[in-house]
Design a binder for this molecule. Structure first.
Ligand SMILES: [Zn+2]
Length: 334
């Protein structure tokens, strides 16, 4: 018997999951709540991504997780699937739709011919029927956002054609019962390039162990001039900086790729996307009231307080919500 066979394999040194750099600093370790492993939080000195090792796999996304009985106590797939209007996510959906409409209106004004025949048609009140607006909700989960969008007959004057991407029992329900076009991993990777006017990635990228691959895919699937609506936590916000890796958002079983605005902008640029500054409103309110899901009195008070714009701006500053850019795929004009 050869002695080397008896030795355990040497662990390979981690490299950054966004840029591949080996220049990392260990920010600390903590145990998961459900998986009692010590997880390491590495930060890349080159691009600032904070990522978790080891990646514990996608098995954690089971029925208990969907019920909010897993590492994220604030998810409630069942209610969202049955009627998203009964969840606070409706605030977020309306806010995201507002941002997309503003972007589409601005881009069709700048590039009427590239945006679509639709925008030029509507502005000239010509009878030419508008071209469909293709929207992909990447990581569509329980499908609340798809349903919110489907209830609108048109978007920015154009009929909507919706697709979702996810896997698991809710993806199956959305496909078979609700008739949505839901793409699994293989289907989305085979999707032709430049298909979508808008792609939404709402609180998804922090769950992905290979965030660069997801942004590369999204950048390929967007049409020139297309919009990427992406939300994720800001690890450079005042609240996050105060708590470090003990920030509640740093849940190592599920949130494995953690960003700040600079890191996110670098990742966009590395894949040919241009960062787009945004100003969230309902999304900020949603983030607060969602975290009070199990505290109804505080939640009702927060709903009231967040009707005051200065309070929304304060919360936005503390959590750095609007500091995280969205992105646009440049047109050949720009
Ligand atoms: Zn990096």
């Amino acid at each position: 018997m050869k002695a080397p066979d008896l030795l355990p394999p040497r662990p390979t040194a981690p490299v950054c999951r966004a840029c591949g750099s080996a220049d990392l600093v260990l920010r600390g370790k903590k145990s998961g709540e459900f998986i009692r492993t010590e997880f390491s939080f590495h930060q890349c000195r080159a691009c600032e991504l904070l990522f978790v090792e080891p990646f514990s796999g996608f098995e954690i996304y089971n029925d208990a997780y969907y019920r909010g009985a897993g590492p994220d106590p604030f998810v409630d797939y069942e209610t969202e699937y049955r009627d998203y209007r009964r969840t606070d996510r409706a605030l977020e959906f309306a806010d995201l739709a507002r941002l997309a409409e503003a972007h589409l209106a601005a881009s069709s004004a700048s590039y009427p011919s590239s945006a679509s025949s639709a925008s030029s048609a509507s502005s000239a009140s010509s009878p030419v029927s508008p071209s469909p607006l293709h929207w992909l909700d990447f990581g569509c989960g329980a499908g609340g956002f798809l349903k919110f969008l489907r209830e609108r007959a048109t978007f920015a004057g154009r009929p909507l054609q919706l697709s979702g991407h996810d896997v698991g029992s809710y993806a199956e329900l959305l496909r078979s019962t609700d008739g949505f076009r839901i793409l699994d991993f293989d289907e989305i990777s085979r999707e032709p390039s430049a298909q979508f006017d808008v792609i939404s990635l709402i609180e998804v990228i922090e769950h992905l162990p290979e965030p660069a691959a997801a942004i590369a895919l999204v950048a390929r699937l967007l049409k020139p001039g297309g919009l990427l609506l992406l939300t994720t936590g800001n690890l450079d916000s005042p609240v996050a900086r105060r708590h470090g890796i003990h920030y509640r958002y740093c849940a190592p079983e599920i949130h494995v790729s953690l960003f700040n605005p600079r890191c996110l902008a670098r990742l966009y640029a590395a894949h040919g996307l241009t960062p787009l500054p945004v100003r969230y409103l309902g999304t900020v309110v949603f983030k607060v009231v969602k975290s009070l899901r199990h505290r109804p009195v505080l939640r009702a008070l927060a709903h009231l307080a967040l009707k005051f714009p200065p309070f929304v701006r304060l919360v936005d500053h503390l959590y750095g919500v609007s500091a995280m850019p969205c992105a646009v795929k440049p047109t050949t004009h720009s």
